[in-house]
Structures are given as C-alpha cells and as structure tokens.
Design a protein around this ligand. Structure first.
Ligand code: AHR
Length: 501
C-alpha cells in the first residue's frame, strides 16, 4: 500500500516574512574560492577586471542576496590594510589558518565592486583574532564613511569615491574554537566584541552586528558560550551566529537525512538562550539568528591533508557533492524556513569551489554541483511569507534519531504575486509518498509546475561535462477543490509551484 502524508496550509498560519538574506552565501580567502574561482584573469570568460563572467552568471541564477567575506578562519589573521591600495604594493603573507600564501591581489574594494555586479550585499567580517577594536573601527570608517576623515579619504584615494555602505558586520569568526587564530574564552570574546561593537557603531550607527556563537552544536562550551557572549553584547548586537556542517561518514542514509532534525534543535536552543538573556536583562529587544555557515562538509577531508603548505590557492575543501547531499541540503533549507521568525541571515558555506554549489575548471568550464538545485529553488521561489504547515507523516527511527518524519516540508506564500510554493523532501529510501495537501483558503490556485530532483543512485555526482543530478518538471502534482495531491518519489526533493488563476 502507498504511504501517505497530509499537510494543511492556511493563509493565516504565518510564521513570518522570509528575510531574503537567509539565502545568503559565503566566500572566504580559502582554496580556489577567490583566486581561480570568482577571479581568474586570463580566463576566456574573464571581464576587464579579471572576474569570471560564467561564474557570475551561475551566481546570479542562485539570486544570492548577501555574501559573507573574507572569512571564516582566514579573517582571524587578516590585516585588511594589506588588501587595499595599489596591487603592486600589497604584501604576500603566510596565511596561518589554512597554511597557504595570500597574495592580496583581491581585497575589500575589488570584492565589494564584484559583489555589487552579481546583485549581492556583503556581510563583512572583522578580525577579532590577531587584531581588535582599532582595526575594526578603521575598516568601518574606510568602507562606510563618506569623506573627510583619514580612512574615508584613503578609500577615495584608492579610487572608490562612494562609500560601500556595508550594513551587516560579523564580530570575528568562531572565536570559541581552539583552531582559531586568537581563540578566546567566552568572557574574553564577549568583552572584545562589545567594545568593538560600540566603536564600530559610533563610526556608523546604521550598521547591524553579528556576535559569534559556537562553531557547532558539539562544542563543549556550547550554550554557556552563547549565554556569556550575549550577556556582554546584548545591547550592542542584533544577531548571534550559528555554524554547522554535516557528513554521511557512516554511510547510513536514513541517519544522514535525519540530521536536519539536529539543526532544528540547534536553532531552537540558540533562540532559547537568547531569550534567557533577554529575560535576565528585562530587555525589550530580541536577538535574531544568523546561521552564517551551514552545509555538508566531509568528502574532501582526506585530500586536504595532502596539500603542500604555503601554496597559492590550492584546491582545498573541494567536496564533490552527490545526490543524497542535495536531499540533506533541501531538508536544511526547509528547517531554516520553519524558523523564519528568528532566523534572518544564513550563509551556505561556501559559494565557489570551496564546499560549494558552483565549481570551476582552470581555464575551463564552470558547473553546478547537486546541491546547487535545492539552494536555487529555495532562493528563487522561497520569497514571501513562511507558512506554518500542519503535517502528519509516517515516521522512522535511525541510529541517532527517533520519529523522523518521512515527509520534510514547508510552504512559502507570496501575497503580492499570488503564488504558493511547497518545498518537500521524501526521506523514504523505499517508497514513494502520496502527499495530500489541504490548501483550503487558497481559492483558485493551480499547479504551475512540480519540480523534482530524484536519482536512482544516491551517490551520483555531477561534473563539468555531466549533469546527471538535475531537476525535471514531470512531477504529477495537481490541485482540485482546495487540495493538492502529488506523488513524491522515494528520496526526492520537490518544489510544487501554485499560482492563482
Ligand atoms: O567554511 C570553512 C571553515 O569552516 C571556515 O573558515 C570556518 O569558519 C569554519 O570552521
């Protein structure tokens, strides 16, 4: 007998307007993300500044609204001054986070101009590892102050008359991690973060700040770290960050696809901690969440051990994603949408070559990894109001999880365009799932298309010449009498798009 799942969608069951920044991404000075990724002078598709137009086109397809930069671990040893001014005068540095050589050919101004050309804002991180409040406030002055001060005039001298007007800033990166350059205790970090936050906002009161949360949910200091950091910074920041990567190390797909439940728990926990500090401070202000690093990351771990130290832009963290990774990425996107009321920024880490949806060949093609597709679908069709779906689904147990729903799903309603989009993953490894979705007060909504990403081989990957993991639009969803019915193939990512007729 066919397995069945039900979902109810009501226009008035609203979670919140989706902040488009949850479809953000990340480019670090790491591996071939910048050099050989977005930037490859001499490539046949490079523009006059050396940036690859074919890569930019793929980024535009993803409609990436915000890009975190320049790190990551890299930022904790970075002198931003090395990357501005005449390129010929820029120093080569030993980059200690990833043991490479940084040429500084690309820096703040080049990156800002490039980001603008792909339609993205930048979420700029400051170095609170080797540096501190002085470098941080100077960078805000350099980027955002119009003119008439040392650093704003220096930017103008460097050829950038208009200020970059960067709104979102990260106060360091993963400062709880012993691997981080300038690793700190929660109190040490809380103190430097609040002092940096104060002066950065004194330079530009319009900016928003993200304080570092834990590097992942398994950190021994998790929870206590967030509470201490927020105790120090609460009145001076807008967001607390979360980072999490998953991997199918045990080759157990049922358990692997359930990991988005852990992500859900992580998000819920950080909301609770933020609200605990709110209560403790009797504050009226709410701290929101920035999930500014999330993805699958494990395929490249062994290869990375073989990289020659101090090389320039070596192929680091080049995970080649398979079909099952795309399904987990889909589940993670749905999970984030379910927290649209508190999760306002998220960055798929990263964007090009480094644990990325987009890969490049040197002097060759740019191509789409499997995870490109769910990310693109969510970014393009997931704008509007995140609805609160009422779901009943068959469940399974796995090694680390109980009651894992076969159906992971949610919906976004775009009031203005009168569109409703259902995102759904069938986690079942054996059977298709018959979805019946009650759309009661969405009168006269008809299915525009039912996009499906499926593959008989869960380990199937893409390459520059082979896109065997790619979506089709032959899904069978239909709308009748206030209800949508659809067959969700076993192990599939589905996007059911409806519009008012
Ligand atoms: O995204 C890769 C790395 O993962 C980042 O540099 C760091 O912040 C995290 O540990």
């Amino acid at each position: 007998m066919m397995k069945k799942a039900n979902m109810v969608l009501e226009k008035d069951f609203k979670i919140a307007e989706v902040d488009k920044r949850i479809y953000g991404s990340f480019i670090e000075h790491l591996g071939r993300a910048v050099y050989g990724g977005i930037y490859e002078p001499g490539h046949p598709k490079a523009d006059e500044r050396g940036f690859r137009k074919d890569v930019a086109e793929l980024i535009k397809e993803l409609q990436v609204p915000i890009i975190r930069y320049p790190g990551g671990n890299f930022v904790s040893g970075y002198n931003w001054e090395d990357g501005v001014g005449p390129v010929a005068d820029r120093p080569r540095r030993l980059e200690l986070a990833w043991r490479t050589t940084e040429t500084n050919e690309i820096g703040t101004n080049e990156f800002m101009k490039w980001a603008e050309s792909v339609g993205a804002e930048v979420n700029m991180a400051v170095n609170l590892g080797t540096r501190g409040i002085d470098a941080a406030r100077n960078l805000v002055e350099y980027c955002n102050h119009p003119e008439g001060s040392y650093y704003s005039d220096l930017r103008i001298k460097h050829g950038y008359k208009e200020p970059h007007k960067i709104k979102t800033w990260c106060l360091g990166n993963e400062m709880d991690g012993p691997w981080q350059i300038g690793h700190k205790t929660a109190s040490e970090y809380g103190r430097i973060a609040v002092e940096a936050a104060k002066v950065m906002k004194w330079v530009d009161p319009t900016i928003e700040l993200v304080a570092c949360g834990s590097s992942n949910r398994s950190m021994p200091t998790f929870a206590e770290w967030e509470a201490t950091v927020l105790d120090h910074t609460y009145d001076h920041v807008e967001y607390i960050s979360l980072h999490q990567y998953y991997g199918n190390r045990d080759n157990d797909i049922k358990n692997y696809l359930a990991q988005s439940l852990e992500m859900d728990d992580f998000i819920q926990s950080v909301i609770s901690i933020a609200d605990y500090i709110k209560a403790k401070k009797r504050s009226k202000k709410k701290i929101n969440l920035s999930f500014d690093e999330w993805n699958v990351w494990y395929h490249s771990n062994e290869a990375d051990k073989l990289i020659e130290p101090w090389s320039i832009a070596p192929p680091q963290l080049e995970d080649i994603y398979n079909f099952e990774d795309a399904l987990l990425v889909g589940c993670m996107l749905i999970t984030m949408l379910k927290h649209a009321d508190r999760l306002k920024i998220a960055c798929l880490a990263q964007l090009v070559n480094v644990i990325a949806p987009i890969m490049t060949e040197e002097n060759g093609l740019a191509w789409k990894q499997t995870i490109f597709y769910p990310y693109m679908h969510a970014s393009v069709y997931g704008r509007g109001i995140a609805l609160n779906p009422i779901i009943s689904s068959p469940k399974y147990d796995s090694k680390d999880f109980t009651d894992v729903p076969m159906l992971e799903a949610t919906a976004v309603y775009n009031e203005e365009k009168e569109q409703l989009t259902i995102f759904a993953v069938n986690r079942d490894t054996e059977d298709a799932l018959e979805l019946s979705c009650d759309i009661r007060n969405f009168e006269n909504y008809q299915v525009v298309e039912h996009i499906v990403l499926e593959n008989p081989n869960i380990k199937e990957t893409n390459s520059a010449v082979n896109q065997s993991v790619a979506p089709h639009t032959n899904g069978n969803a239909q709308a009748n009498d206030g209800s949508v019915s659809a067959m969700l193939p076993k192990l599939s990512w589905n996007v059911i798009r409806l519009e008012k007729r």
